[in-house]
Design a protein around this ligand. Structure first.
Ligand SMILES: *[C@@H]1O[C@H](CO)[C@@H](O)[C@H](O)[C@H]1NC(C)=O
Ligand SMILES: *[C@@H]1O[C@H](CO)[C@@H](O)[C@H](O)[C@H]1NC(C)=O
Ligand SMILES: *[C@@H]1O[C@H](CO)[C@@H](O)[C@H](O)[C@H]1NC(C)=O
Ligand SMILES: *[C@@H]1O[C@H](CO)[C@@H](O)[C@H](O)[C@H]1NC(C)=O
Ligand SMILES: *[C@@H]1O[C@H](CO)[C@@H](O)[C@H](O)[C@H]1NC(C)=O
Ligand SMILES: *[C@@H]1O[C@H](CO)[C@@H](O)[C@H](O)[C@H]1NC(C)=O
Ligand SMILES: *[C@@H]1O[C@H](CO)[C@@H](O)[C@H](O)[C@H]1NC(C)=O
Ligand SMILES: *[C@@H]1O[C@H](CO)[C@@H](O)[C@H](O)[C@H]1NC(C)=O
Ligand SMILES: *[C@@H]1O[C@H](CO)[C@@H](O)[C@H](O)[C@H]1NC(C)=O
Ligand SMILES: *[C@@H]1O[C@H](CO)[C@@H](O)[C@H](O)[C@H]1NC(C)=O
Ligand SMILES: *[C@@H]1O[C@H](CO)[C@@H](O)[C@H](O)[C@H]1NC(C)=O
Ligand SMILES: *[C@@H]1O[C@H](CO)[C@@H](O)[C@H](O)[C@H]1NC(C)=O
Length: 695
């Protein structure tokens, strides 16, 4: 008791002390009032945002931070707070923010802000350092301009993803201390020059995804002596372009001029001084026909992107010199053998992407000696042939490997050794690979994606693969398993259902037999809505699967694609399929299904593909919603189906002689009843009544 009491009083004194220092009564009245007015304004007229804002101490409110010693609000983070169902723009009254005299950080992204009412009121924010208005609806910069000399501490301004039109807002040039200016993804065009000419403090400038059409040489780079990162990609800059215009930017280290299709880069100059300093350079999508010469004169370049150009011939080995860490030459027309360094010196490359070129010949025999640091090699869609050398299995840091779309053949077990246990992503799609026996003691606790589709894998690979994967101490992280287009045989192992994170399972076009496992509802990513990276899909089409469609499939609420076509499935199509409300594609064609199509299926309003052709279904085709858009090929080959879009009318009984009008009417009713009946059976309440009747 004594001890407890002692502790309590100590805590009490401690808290009192804390109060005296930091003000336990929380924030200033006028700041709290201003916050409440913002709350009223943000979702006006009926706001639901900030329901957690109550109590005196606004410093404790979500999204609000105070300076501990002054108890004044220092940071405001209102990210994506305005209800997106309110389509109207918001023009917050800048006077509300003017109350926060010590405000340093104001983040208001994603709130449909079109500008401020009385923007000049922002001038009282003398300490504001960071202003983030990303992803709003600002069109007219004059709704933003706070006037000359205002915001003297501002060094970070993010206006990306708005609708700013025309030139860079003139008013920004008064923000002379601005170090980071982010304007990507607007509709800015024309010249850049006048606005930036006085921003001598600017270090980071992102103008990408706009429509600037200046000719680059007149860009006022000499006025940006502090610039460190310059991102000009995805614009319409035009004209002849020489790198010497950057010659005076001694601090420039990250330069991105990618995807400016009208630029004509001069590549012959050997000397470009800042290249010594440059760490990252992207020249992707610049119509390059030659690798720029200055890149060969010793540099510190760590990341070089030359993708999407017109480069051809052998890849120069100096591109892989020992400073470079990431080299991307995807989608060119380089040819010749797999790239390597001159004299087999080991390279420090961690990422190498040579996909979509015309390389050919065998893969590098000793890749683990030449590129020992590789994390992310990608050599897909070239003409490589031969086997995958054991050396690939010795790349100890390997996290992803993409060799799809080549002519590789032979075994793959060298890839799956204890040395490559960091592998997350493995794509060997579209080759002629096989595996005879997988080691049973694999440990791939990190694997998220395996794509071995369209190869020569045979037998019970699926069985041993799932067995091996489940040996990992942690639950396997596998999200995507693609084995389509192989020669797999045997049953689909129930063990697969233990892979709780599966989002895509594609076993189509194999020779699998037996029933569909009735445990897919154990795969939680198909049940709950906390969705991962990929679309969720189950494709078991074109096998020899038998039995009925397990009712557990109707629990896979997040499934978007379900393809069970071209099998030997038997039984009725459960009306509970209507529970799969996210379904966009449902294909059960070419099976032996019978019974009727439940009209409730029209509740699947996301359906874009629906195919039940070539079964033995009967009754009336559902009408309404998406079902009015499907064509006859969705239904053909079912002798008993009738109604639109088939030409067969319902209620016309072919075997019997034509009846009088009244009888035709009756038989129509009967058809309708028969149609609805199996659907009603599945509704729990009706089931109960029915059972009650039995008792
Ligand atoms: C809190 O405010 C005081 C006085 O204005 C200032 O000196 C201090 O740097 C601020 N503290 C923080 C963490 O911003
Ligand atoms: C902005 O707020 C201030 C103070 O509440 C008020 O005086 C002013 O009229 C408001 N401006 C507009 C345009 O509503
Ligand atoms: C922008 O707003 C100002 C002031 O409200 C107005 O004078 C100007 O015409 C507007 N500009 C455009 C392009 O709408
Ligand atoms: C740059 O600043 C100087 C001095 O403040 C001023 O005279 C000049 O007009 C400014 N230039 C531009 C383009 O804003
Ligand atoms: C680089 O600076 C020198 C000296 O200040 C100047 O003469 C030259 O015109 C500048 N070059 C460019 C491209 O701005
Ligand atoms: C790169 O290689 C050269 C010559 O082999 C060597 O002098 C230099 O130290 C190496 N640099 C790095 C960063 O490994
Ligand atoms: C790519 O280069 C090869 C020669 O290596 C050539 O035969 C082919 O036509 C080129 N393809 C294109 C699209 O330029
Ligand atoms: C590089 O290694 C290969 C064998 O992997 C060898 O045939 C070749 O001569 C070596 N090249 C040089 C320049 O040492
Ligand atoms: C793993 O790497 C080491 C060193 O490169 C090598 O000796 C060993 O054979 C490799 N193990 C496998 C299974 O490839
Ligand atoms: C698998 O087990 C065999 C024999 O028990 C052993 O030689 C091998 O190193 C193991 N491989 C892995 C990846 O653990
Ligand atoms: C499915 O989950 C249930 C309960 O979580 C478990 O008892 C059962 O063994 C699981 N079945 C499979 C095949 O994983
Ligand atoms: C499929 O497997 C069966 C045996 O289960 C075999 O008779 C048949 O030839 C296989 N079909 C193909 C296309 O491999």
């Amino acid at each position: 008791m004594e001890i407890t009491f002692g502790n309590t009083s100590f805590l009490l004194i401690f808290s009192l002390l804390l109060c005296m220092c930091s003000g336990c009564h929380g924030c200033m009245d006028e700041e709290r009032d201003a916050l409440l007015q913002i709350k009223d304004s943000i979702n006006s007229p009926e706001g639901t945002a900030f329901s957690s804002w109550y109590g005196e101490d606004c410093c404790q409110w979500e999204g609000v931070q105070c300076n501990a010693s002054t108890t004044r609000v220092s940071s405001i983070f209102f990210n994506y707070r305005r209800e997106s169902s309110l389509f109207e723009n918001w023009y917050p009254n800048a006077t509300l923010f003017a109350q926060f005299k010590d405000l340093e950080i104001l983040h208001l992204p994603g709130n449909q802000i079109a500008g401020f009412t009385s923007p000049e009121e922002l001038h009282s924010l003398k300490r504001l350092q960071r202003l983030n208005l990303q992803d709003n609806s600002i069109e007219n910069a004059s709704r933003l301009c706070w006037g000359k000399g205002a915001l003297p501490s501002l060094y970070y301004l993010d206006l990306s993803r708005n609708n700013l039109q025309g030139f860079i807002p003139e008013c920004l040039r008064d923000s002379l201390l601005l170090k980071q200016l982010i304007l990507f993804d607007n509709h800015l065009h024309g010249k850049i020059s006048p606005c930036l000419s006085n921003m001598t403090a600017l270090q980071y400038l992102d103008l990408s995804y706009n429509q600037f059409s200046d000719s680059v040489p007149i860009f006022p780079f000499h006025n940006l002596p502090s610039i460190y990162t310059l991102i000009l990609s995805s614009n319409n800059f035009r004209g002849k372009f020489s790198f010497s215009i950057f010659a005076n930017l001694s601090r420039l280290s990250h330069l991105d001029i990618s995807y400016n299709p009208y630029l004509e880069l001069k590549t012959e100059s050997r000397i470009w001084l800042p290249s010594i300093k440059l760490i990252e350079l992207s020249l992707a999508g610049c119509n390059l026909r030659k690798v720029p010469r200055f890149l060969s004169s010793g540099s510190n370049l760590m990341t070089l992107d030359l993708s999407d150009n017109l480069l051809e011939g052998n890849i120069p080995s100096w591109l892989m010199h020992n400073a470079t860490l990431q080299l991307w030459v995807r989608r060119n027309n380089f040819s010749g053998p797999f790239p390597k360094t001159f004299g087999n010196i080991s390279s420090r490359l961690t990422s190498l992407d040579i996909s979509d070129n015309s390389f050919y010949g065998p893969l590098l025999e000793d890749i683990h000696l030449i590129f020992p640091e590789l994390l992310h090699p990608s050599a897909s869609y070239n003409g490589f042939n031969g086997g995958i050398p054991p050396s690939f299995g010795r790349l100890k840091r390997l996290q992803s490997l993409d060799l799809s779309g080549n002519k590789l053949h032979g075994e793959i077990q060298y890839l799956l050794t204890s040395n490559t246990s960091r592998l997350q992503y493995l794509s060997l799609h579209d080759n002629n690979l096989r595996v005879d026996a997988l080691p049973r003691n694999l440990s791939f606790s990190k694997l998220e994606l395996i794509d071995l589709g369209i190869n020569d894998f045979t037998g019970n690979l699926l069985d041993s693969l799932s067995w091996s994967l489940l040996q990992s101490p942690t639950l396997p992280q596998l999200r995507v398993l693609i084995l389509r287009g192989n020669h797999l045989e045997g049953q689909i192992p129930r063990r697969l259902c233990q892979m709780r994170h599966l989002e895509i399972l594609d076993l189509a076009r194999n020779n699998l037999s037996g029933p569909i496992p009735d445990c897919f509802h154990n795969i939680t990513s198909w049940i709950d809505f906390s969705r991962g990276y990929y679309i969720s899909a189950l494709d078991l089409s074109s096998n020899r699967l038998t039995g009925s469609i397990p009712v557990q499939i109707t629990q896979l609420k997040t499934l978007m694609v379900l393809n069970l076509s071209h099998n030997k499935l038997f039984g009725e199509l459960s009306p509970e399929l209507t529970k799969l409300t996210d379904l966009e594609s449902l294909d059960v064609s070419y099976n032996k299904l019978f019974g009727e199509l439940c009209p409730e299926l029209t509740k699947l309003t996301d359906l874009e593909v629906f195919n039940v052709a070539f079964n033995n279904l009967s009754g009336t085709i559902p009408v309404g919603n998406q079902f009015d858009t499907f064509m006859a090929d969705s239904y053909v080959g079912n002798p008993g189906l009738c109604g639109n879009p088939l030409s067969r009318k319902c209620g016309v009984v072919v075997e019997k002689p034509p009846k009088r009008n009244g009888n035709v009417h009756l038989s129509n009713m009967a058809t309708a009843n028969k149609l609805i009946f199996p659907c009603i059976l599945f509704m729990p309440v009706i089931n109960f009544v029915y059972l009650g009747g039995l008792i």
